[in-house]
Design a protein around this ligand. Structure first.
Ligand code: HEC
Ligand code: HEC
Ligand code: HEC
Ligand code: HEC
Ligand code: HEC
Ligand code: HEC
Ligand code: HEC
Ligand code: HEC
Ligand code: HEC
Length: 432
């Protein structure tokens, strides 16, 4: 068994070196010549090492798994580069299993530069660097000693994302997409595969969902005809699709809310990205000390302070309707059950408009939120800051509601009508 491992490793390594032009693999030669058998003499035993945090780390490596992995060709010291060069065992203290893992994962960079760089840009990596022990390192998604070929990433099981995002996986697996994947389905004419987690979020450069419009764009890459399809029945479809997240209509049972995000109209970016506007973030955290939700006066004050401390930002609030639960965002249902009727959102006390939050972006793109009273959408005090976001049933726009009612029950389905309506609405807003 051990002999086979060595011989197999050497033969494969030779073949690999002959075939691989990659610069990262160049140093491998010398290391593979240092046979793994030596290491495994000790590391198949049940050795344990006491760590500084008091835990005992098992030092046993499963030979069978390693041998069957994509990495048997590079040998132990392909990754454990320091070992073999110095005296071993070194008895160097190790703070914790996590700290050791983090240090060892740095070695992946030598051979997988591109993946490493993608990962470094991700929300997972920034959380890991901040010390969040729940955020995945390379070896949380790829077992370091049993890296499988990609064919082993059985999409139906949700691996490796399911390990940590279990309830999202459960919701996803019952969605149109999850069911289509389970059934081996492929979209009719275009032969587009139904998406798994990594198709919408990426596997390595996973970013915060609120960071930009990237998810919407991903949907539209597969569903090329969707923008046009919505124009057939939804007036001002482009505006609706910009200000309502896709799951807010396509996950019909989901609870919805309106989020008002502090936004810099000058730079066209959410406030707070990339470590900016720290003091404004502090205002947001402090302003609703009673925790009863921002009232219109508090919101007005917040916007004023944000303008004052915002390094020249032209501060507005950008409204967006979204689902309240990240789990519900994955319950995408067949088109027949999507939210369609205008009353759902445009009736005086439509539920989605009762639930309001105000947010600022954290440096990593996630939102820091504070809840607000629903009247901030319509009160004359805060309405100016709420910019163009049209809140149905609000006092400022009684006239608009009338126009809308006409539109809904009248002949709105013709595009010319929408444009005219849009103009009326905008004029009305300017007049106020
Ligand atoms: C693909 C890179 C890679 C290869 C190849 C590799 N290791 Fe590791 N090893 C790691 C990483 C990363 C860790 C840190 C633990 C983790 O993150 O899972 C680790 C941890 C260890 C540990 C500490 C105990 C543990 O499991 O956490 C031992 C012992 C070890 N490796 C021995 C070996 C031996 C012996 C071989 C060859 C048979 C080998 N390794 C091959 C990457 C590798
Ligand atoms: C003579 C037995 C022996 C051999 C041979 C051996 N190790 Fe170890 N190894 C140990 C012991 C014992 C420890 C625990 C050291 C400690 O407690 O500080 C250890 C620790 C480790 C660790 C955990 C991190 C650390 O440095 O403490 C890794 C990784 C590791 N060995 C990899 C290897 C690799 C790779 C080889 C082959 C190049 C190898 N070992 C050869 C006995 C051995
Ligand atoms: C959150 C989970 C996750 C993390 C963290 C992760 N990966 Fe991956 N990795 C995947 C998935 C899923 C795939 C397969 C799908 C894909 O390539 O999009 C993959 C594929 C790969 C591949 C195969 C690529 C190919 O072209 O076939 C390599 C190499 C790789 N990862 C290396 C790394 C390295 C190095 C790190 C750390 C810097 C890392 N991964 C971190 C989930 C992860
Ligand atoms: C010394 C170079 C080297 C290091 C270091 C290294 N790898 Fe690899 N890795 C390889 C080679 C070579 C392959 C096999 C490529 C192939 O089969 O196309 C591979 C394959 C993989 C694959 C499977 C890709 C596939 O398509 O089957 C993953 C995932 C992966 N490595 C992740 C990691 C992770 C995670 C680390 C760090 C813990 C790491 N690698 C460290 C050289 C390395
Ligand atoms: C069809 C595309 C798509 C697929 C497939 C998908 N997601 Fe999502 N994901 C989204 C959208 C859209 C959102 C929410 C965007 C928003 O709130 O506006 C989201 C949100 C999330 C969030 C943030 C949740 C929160 O609480 O804010 C996580 C984590 C996540 N997804 C993980 C996963 C995992 C794990 C899988 C696979 C089981 C997966 N996603 C599959 C599109 C997708
Ligand atoms: C080892 C655990 C772990 C694994 C594995 C993992 N994640 Fe995460 N992920 C986290 C943690 C922790 C966070 C930050 C807290 C949160 O938002 O749930 C996070 C955050 C996210 C976010 C950002 C959510 C937001 O608030 O914007 C997305 C998207 C995401 N993960 C997708 C994935 C995908 C896709 C995979 C598989 C390729 C995956 N994760 C695998 C632990 C993990
Ligand atoms: C205001 C609610 C609403 C929003 C927002 C919305 N949709 Fe739809 N969508 C619907 C309804 C209702 C249908 C069904 C129309 C029909 O069958 O006549 C539909 C149909 C679809 C279809 C199938 C129809 C086709 O022929 O392409 C896809 C795909 C789709 N939407 C994707 C999206 C995406 C992607 C987004 C986000 C960019 C989105 N939708 C935003 C309500 C909405
Ligand atoms: C990788 C390509 C891909 C991505 C990305 C994608 N979809 Fe899909 N989607 C599909 C496929 C394929 C189907 C058809 C499944 C089937 O056969 O029933 C589908 C079905 C749907 C349906 C049901 C359509 C119907 O006819 O009933 C809706 C709604 C939908 N997707 C919305 C979305 C939304 C919203 C997003 C982004 C959050 C998204 N999709 C992202 C490929 C994709
Ligand atoms: C899922 C909720 C939802 C549904 C369903 C919906 N809308 Fe809207 N609509 C909104 C939101 C949110 C806005 C505010 C967007 C903004 O001002 O940025 C809006 C704005 C409008 C506007 C104002 C446009 C402007 O230029 O400011 C009109 C007109 C309108 N909707 C008509 C309709 C009609 C007609 C229907 C039914 C065919 C419909 N909407 C269905 C949520 C919805």
């Amino acid at each position: 068994m051990k002999a086979r491992l060595t011989l197999g490793s050497l033969m494969l390594a030779a073949a690999l070196l002959a075939a691989a032009p990659a610069a990262g693999l160049a140093e491998q030669h010398e290391e593979v010549a240092n046979p793994d058998v030596k290491c495994l003499k000790c590391h198949t035993k049940n050795l344990k090492k006491k760590l500084e945090d008091g835990e005992r780390m098992s030092l046993r490596v499963e030979v069978g798994e390693f041998e069957g992995s994509a990495h048997s060709v590079i040998g132990c010291t392909g990754c454990h580069r320091d070992i073999g060069k110095a005296k071993h065992p070194s008895r160097e203290p190790i703070a914790s299993a996590r700290a050791y893992s983090q240090a060892q994962n740095e070695n992946c960079r030598h051979c997988h530069e591109a993946r490493f760089t993608d990962y470094e840009d991700s929300i997972h990596a920034s959380l890991a660097h901040e010390g969040d022990a729940g955020a995945p390192l390379c070896s949380d998604c790829h077992n370091a000693h049993a890296v499988q070929s990609m064919a082993a990433y059985e999409p139906v099981t949700g691996e490796p994302c399911k390990t940590c995002h279990e309830s999202i996986y459960e919701a996803y697996s019952q969605s149109v997409h999850g069911l289509a994947v389970t059934n081996g389905n492929v979209i009719r004419e275009s032969h587009v595969q139904a998406p798994i987690c990594a198709d919408c979020h990426q596997a390595h450069s996973v970013s915060a969902v609120a960071a930009s419009d990237h998810l919407k764009n991903t949907c539209l890459e597969c569903h090329e005809g969707a923008s046009l399809a919505h124009e057939q029945w939804l007036p001002n479809a482009g505006m609706h699709l910009d200000s309502i997240s896709c799951p807010a209509c396509h996950s019909p049972m989901a609870e919805r809310r309106v989020d008002l995000q502090l936004y810099d109209r000058l730079e066209q970016v959410p406030m707070g990205r990339g470590d900016k506007h720290q003091s404004v973030r502090e205002h947001v955290a402090a302003i609703d000390a009673e925790g009863d939700g921002l009232d219109p006066v508090e919101l007005w004050k917040l916007v004023r302070r944000a303008s004052r401390d915002g390094d020249g930002a032209d501060v507005v609030l950008r409204g967006r309707m979204e689902v309240t639960s990240g789990v519900d965002a994955h319950r995408i249902a067949p088109r027949g059950s999507a939210v369609r009727s205008c009353e759902n959102c445009h009736e005086g006390n439509a539920k989605a408009f009762q639930n309001v939050t105000v947010s600022i972006s954290k440096p990593d793109g996630r939102k820091q939120r504070v809840s607000a009273e629903s009247k901030v959408l319509s009160s004359p005090i805060s309405v100016d800051s709420v910019g163009g976001f049209y809140a149905p049933g609000g006092t400022r726009i009684k006239l608009l509601d009338g126009v809308l009612a006409l539109a809904i029950f009248g002949a709105l389905a013709i595009p010319v009508g929408h444009i005219a309506l849009g103009k009326i609405i905008r004029k009305k807003e300017k007049d106020q």
